[in-house]
Ligand binder design. Structure first.
Ligand SMILES: NC(=O)c1ccc[n+]([C@@H]2O[C@H](COP(=O)([O-])OP(=O)(O)OC[C@H]3O[C@@H](n4cnc5c(N)ncnc54)[C@H](O)[C@@H]3O)[C@@H](O)[C@H]2O)c1
Length: 319
């Protein structure tokens, strides 16, 4: 699939769908982007243009490559037109089970039997999303992260009936598109990365709730401490590095003291009930002016672009 650059279709042109269309179009695939809303399609193309221009400003890519990528994207409100000739389809509609089930039933009926059908659901069961389709063996999860054109990871999730061939073809096309696909062998809530992420968030919120440290301090402990080494030394390698004997004795001591509640934190619930929702209301765990909120978003983008530019520089030096 990867060598011939067979057509890709992206269903749903919101935040994720537009970013995923951008990934494939930049990589040289013809992309059909579909949405029920013509307005959403227009916004998506504008957004992709803005993202690509931003990358050029930061030294990634050039005007000519932007024009070629945009020229590879076609837009339509007709699902069959978008997906009927595609070799790989990524669904990115609203996170709604019956909507997704219906989209997959239709995709299954209108795509050739060899087309791989992927869902970008963040949390829902892929096995359930596939349940109204007939050829469920070609349905797979591809969990991209936001922004999909900057975050390399895509979790490729095996649903109950996904075949090894579907997993392999999905991994191959994502790798060819410059992503970092990983195989998740069980269709479980949170897949791998959100389970890890929210285990950390649960403890972070619990520390604030128990008055051990305030929210800013919790983040400082990560940003200036173990967060710095995470990109090069993550927990499984770190455990081997310090020794499993030491890891066992630390866990013997500390695990009984860590948050283990199966419910969201009462502090989190209370903040939501009082309308303290974070950046969008000016107050969450901390206070935020509009300028501070924007600075935080800008910092993240600048950081991610810097990481990608660094990696491209490494590849250039290696190649
Ligand atoms: N936002 C994130 O950070 C993120 C991260 C990973 C995965 N996801 C998942 O990606 C999917 C899309 O999320 P998003 O944030 O891009 O949502 P979004 O609200 O930005 O976009 C969804 C789009 O789907 C379109 N749509 C609705 N029904 C449709 C249909 N029947 N056919 C075609 N298009 C339809 C809408 O018009 C809208 O443009 C969801 O499953 C979400 O859980 C989101």
């Amino acid at each position: 699939m990867s060598s011939a650059k067979e057509p890709v279709a992206v269903i749903g042109a919101g935040l994720m769908g537009s970013g995923i269309a951008q990934v494939f179009a930049t990589g040289g695939w013809p992309v059909a982007l579909q949405d029920v809303s013509a307005e959403a399609l227009e916004r998506a193309v504008e957004g992709i243009h803005r993202n690509l221009a931003f990358l050029v400003e930061r030294g990634l890519g050039n005007e000519e490559a932007v024009e070629s990528a945009l020229a590879r994207i076609s837009i339509t409100t007709d699902l069959q037109e978008a997906a009927g000739g595609a070799a790989f389809v990524v669904e990115c509609v609203f996170e709604d089970m019956s909507l997704k089930q219906e989209v997959f039933r239709t995709l299954d009926a209108c795509c050739p039997p060899e087309t791989v059908l992927a869902t970008n659901t963040s949390v829902m069961s892929i096995t359930a999303i596939a349940s109204r389709a007939e050829r469920r063996e070609r349905i797979v999860g591809t969990h991209f992260w936001n922004p999909p054109y900057l975050i390399p990871l895509v979790e490729v999730v095996r649903a109950a009936e996904t075949t090894p061939e579907t997993m392999d073809r999905t991994v191959a096309i994502l790798r060819a598109a410059g992503k970092h696909p990983v195989r998740v062998e069980k269709d479980v809530p949170g897949f791998v990365a959100n389970r890890l992420q929210h285990a950390l968030w649960r403890e972070a919120i619990s520390i604030v709730e128990r008055g051990i440290a305030d929210a800013a301090t919790v983040d400082e402990c990560i940003r200036y401490g173990f967060g710095l080494r995470l990109p090069v030394l993550a927990p499984m390698e770190n455990a081997d590095m310090v020794g499993l004997d030491l890891t066992l004795s630390i866990h013997d001591y500390i695990l009984p003291h860590l948050e283990a509640s199966p419910e969201p934190s009462p502090l989190l619930r209370q903040k939501v009930e009082t309308g303290d929702l974070g950046f969008k209301t000016g107050r969450g765990f901390q206070e935020w002016t509009a300028e501070q909120a924007q600075a935080s978003r800008d910092r993240l983008l600048a950081y991610l672009v810097g990481v990608i530019a660094g990696k491209e520089g490494e590849n250039d030096r290696a190649g």
